[in-house]
Ligand binder design. Structure first.
Ligand SMILES: C[S@@+](CC[C@H](N)C(=O)[O-])C[C@H]1O[C@@H](n2cnc3c(N)ncnc32)[C@H](O)[C@@H]1O
Length: 276
């Protein structure tokens, strides 16, 4: 009985020793796990800290900008911001004139409509800004020349239309550049005259709008170009712009048989009477 008791005790003692061993090894495994977790936390912590330092250095705005700069999203956000800053339906900066401008899509459709009505394959735009008119028109013309005074905007448009072989961005004052360009045109072209200072990032030449210089240069050339002048509401209401009468006088002095009509904020100058 006593022997039995002692052997039971021996078995219990040996099983306790083996439990202690297992517990000891479990404790040492748990300890090494904790060390590994601590090491991983340190690594994660240092990665997060480096990122925070990077964000502080470049700022969140710069980081976002570097990701989306010169993508369609960038231009869309930019034109949305400008539209919001400019007030209702005005592109390229601050609102001008007393009336709001019609939506840009109406203007883009008018350009296409006139191109198809007169069978025109060349578009000349003055005032590129972000290139939205070019983007909307480039599938409809064989050649597009767009003239922008701002070096920065011209460089951006050049980048935006890299690969669009029918688009040429010309940097300079459209009053002068257009005079050289008309001499190179071998067929009637559609002119979208939209160069003007418009606050924000837009450029300003000698005058707010080079429209009279542009008209003189274009009308001194071939008699069959079609001219569309944007922002008709500003002519006569904004002191920086000539009146519609002044424009009409200049047009008739250069080409007496021209027809001129205003519709949807666009002055439309066509070769024949009653064409619109
Ligand atoms: C209203 S934005 C043009 C918008 C563009 N045509 C469109 O439909 O998206 C006017 C642009 O004309 C440019 N500009 C101002 N004066 C100019 C000049 N003398 N020659 C060429 N561009 C000029 C401005 O920098 C601005 O980008």
């Amino acid at each position: 009985m006593c022997l039995l008791k002692s052997s039971i005790f021996a078995v219990q003692a040996s099983s306790k020793a083996s439990q202690d061993d297992q517990l000891g090894s479990r404790v040492s495994v748990a300890h090494s796990d904790i060390l590994a977790i601590e090491e991983q936390s340190r690594l994660i912590g240092s990665v997060i800290w480096k990122r925070v330092e990077q964000l502080q250095k470049h700022s969140m705005r710069g980081l976002i900008r570097s990701v989306i700069d010169n993508t369609w999203l960038y231009y869309w956000l930019r034109s949305l911001r400008n539209r919001l800053l400019a007030g209702p339906r005005t592109k390229g900066g601050a609102s001008r004139g007393s009336l709001p401008s019609p939506p840009e899509v109406i203007k883009q459709n008018t350009v296409r409509e006139y191109a198809s009505r007169y069978g025109l394959r060349t578009l000349v735009e003055t005032g590129t800004y972000l290139g939205d008119m070019v983007e909307a028109s480039r599938g409809f013309f064989e050649r597009i020349y767009t003239i922008e005074l701002s070096q920065e905007l011209a460089a951006r448009a050049t980048k935006r239309f890299t690969g669009a072989t029918n688009v040429q961005v010309l940097q300079g004052d459209s009053g002068e550049v257009v005079a050289d360009l008309v001499k190179l045109l071998h067929e009637p072209a559609l002119f979208w005259l939209d160069a003007h200072y418009s606050a924000g990032i837009t450029a300003k030449g000698e005058v707010d709008t080079p429209i009279l210089k542009e008209l003189s240069a274009i009308l001194a050339g071939a008699p069959n170009h079609i001219l569309l002048i944007d922002d008709a509401r500003c002519f006569g209401s904004d002191p920086a712009y000539p009146t519609i009468e002044e424009v009409t006088r200049l047009v008739r002095a250069c080409q007496p048989h021209r027809h001129l009509v205003v519709e949807n904020d666009i002055i439309r100058i066509t070769p024949e009477i009653g064409a619109v």
